[in-house]
Structures are given as structure tokens and as C-alpha cells.
Design a protein around this ligand. Structure first.
Ligand SMILES: Nc1nc2c(c(=O)[nH]1)N(C=O)[C@@H](CNc1ccc(C(=O)N[C@@H](CCC(=O)O)C(=O)O)cc1)CN2
Ligand SMILES: Nc1ncnc2c1ncn2[C@@H]1O[C@H](COP(=O)(O)OP(=O)(O)OP(=O)(O)O)[C@@H](O)[C@H]1O
Length: 198
């Protein structure tokens, strides 16, 4: 393995380990605090088609934000790994807890198939799971390359607003980057709404 991949693997392992030990009250408080920043910034109000994720392994929960977005009449989508292609996922409509089941990697995914997926160009706001981030908006994910691949063919202008959700301890001094790594526009933590400039 080259040095860059080793560094990514090291950061990923360390932070994933730290995330495993979070308690449910801690995670609930964080999710509510994050919703507070998002509602105060009126981030949801300007968008109609919004992508979320359903958390695993100590990721920040989007559930309070999803409920808030649904209450505003927004269309919400959740990723589903497309097992027929490499590093591919689709965003399917989220209509409530009854419409999801455990899928790839043990993550809850919508029951429907890829035919129901939203056209990627409709999404204007995407909440991203992440393992670690840095002060330049670089993101380290689970290592599957799913988000990088999904947005690889978008030009900068077409790309939706990418907003990571994280706990404060997921911020690291620097994430080593490869040419395909996406930069996020913002990261929301329980303490801060961090916007990154170009
Ligand atoms: N909640 C959530 N949904 C998501 C993602 C994500 O990061 N988080 N993804 C973003 O890409 C896609 C799935 N990508 C994944 C890529 C790799 C692994 C993975 O390596 N999992 C470990 C076990 C999980 C763990 O460590 O807790 C494994 O299978 O060994 C999981 C998901 C689509 N849906
Ligand atoms: N646009 C791309 N073109 C070719 N290969 C890619 C691309 N994006 C990602 N990959 C491949 O996917 C692997 C994982 O990428 P990376 O470590 O950046 O994933 P990640 O951002 O942590 O994962 P995820 O987006 O699934 O959360 C890379 O080693 C690379 O081989």
C-alpha cells in the first residue's frame, strides 16, 4: 500500500473506533444540536429534492433533519448500493421507516429498485456521511468510493450543495487527497456550521 492510502486507512480506523463508543443520549443530543444549526440557517427551505443517509456504526443521525424536511413537504432520498455495478449507488425516495430494510453492509436502504431512483440532477442538497473531515472541506468516507463516484461526472456548477454531518472529534488536521476526492461545501457539527470557500 502506498503512503497516502496508509494514512487514509490509519485515520479511518482511529475515528471509526472512537465512534463505536458513543452513547445513545450523546448521539441524540448531537443530532438535535445539528438540526438546530440547520434550521437556524434555513438550509432546507431553499431545496426541494434532498438526499440523506440512514446511519450505521456511530454516524451522526439524519433522522431529526429528515423529519423536519418531510414536515416542510420536501422530497427526501436515501442511498441504496447498486450491487450490479462497481462503486454505484442510487438515491431512492424515503417515505417512512416502514419503507426501508437492511441491505448492503447492514445499512438500512429503501425497499424499491433502481427504477425509482431520483434523477441525480434533481438533487440540490446532499447530506453526506463521513468518517473524518478537515478544515478545507476534504472528506474521508468508509472507503467504498460511492459518493466520489456518484458525483464524478458532475461539473462544479451542476454539483449539488454537499453538506457533511459530523461530531467535533471527526475533524482532523489534514486529510490526504486523491484527484477524485470530493470537497464538501460545509460540515455541520453540534458546535459549528462550518462553510468552506473555494
Ligand atoms: N449510512 C451510510 N450509508 C451509506 C454510506 C455510508 O457511508 N453511510 N455509503 C457511503 O459510501 C454507501 C455505502 N458504503 C459503504 C462502504 C463501505 C462500508 C464498509 O466497509 N463497511 C464495513 C463495516 C461497517 C463498519 O465498519 O461499521 C465492512 O463491511 O467491513 C460500508 C458502507 C451508501 N450508503
Ligand atoms: N471517480 C473515481 N474514479 C475511479 N476510482 C475511484 C473514484 N472514486 C473513488 N475511486 C476508488 O474508490 C476507492 C475508495 O475511495 P475513497 O477512499 O476516496 O472512498 P471514500 O470517499 O472514503 O468512500 P465513500 O464515498 O464510499 O464514503 C479509491 O481507492 C479508488 O480506487
Amino acid at each position: 500500500m502506498n503512503n497516502l492510502i496508509l494514512q487514509k486507512t490509519y485515520i479511518r480506523t482511529r475515528i471509526k473506533h472512537e465512534r463505536q463508543n458513543l452513547t445513545s443520549p450523546f448521539m441524540q443530543r448531537a443530532a438535535i444540536a445539528i438540526l438546530g444549526h440547520i434550521s437556524q440557517a434555513k438550509l432546507i427551505e431553499n431545496h426541494e429534492h434532498i438526499a440523506f443517509y440512514l446511519p450505521i456504526g456511530g454516524e451522526v443521525s439524519c433522522m431529526p433533519i429528515i423529519e423536519y424536511a418531510l414536515s416542510l413537504g420536501k422530497k427526501c432520498y436515501i442511498p441504496k448500493v447498486n450491487t450490479e455495478k462497481e462503486r454505484a449507488m442510487d438515491f431512492l425516495p424515503y417515505t417512512g421507516q416502514g419503507s426501508v430494510q437492511k441491505g448492503s453492509f447492514g445499512i438500512y436502504e429503501p425497499v424499491g429498485d433502481a427504477k425509482e431512483a431520483v434523477a441525480p440532477s434533481k438533487l440540490s442538497l446532499v447530506f453526506m456521511p463521513l468518517v473524518a473531515f478537515d478544515g478545507n472541506g476534504n472528506r474521508l468516507g468508509m472507503g467504498g468510493g460511492y459518493y466520489d463516484t456518484f458525483f464524478a461526472n458532475f461539473s462544479k456548477e451542476e454539483r449539488p450543495e454537499l453538506v457533511g454531518l459530523a461530531y467535533n472529534f471527526q475533524k482532523v488536521p489534514a486529510i490526504p487527497t486523491e484527484e477524485w476526492d470530493l470537497r464538501m461545501n460545509a460540515v455541520v457539527t453540534p458546535n459549528h456550521f462550518l462553510c468552506f470557500t473555494d
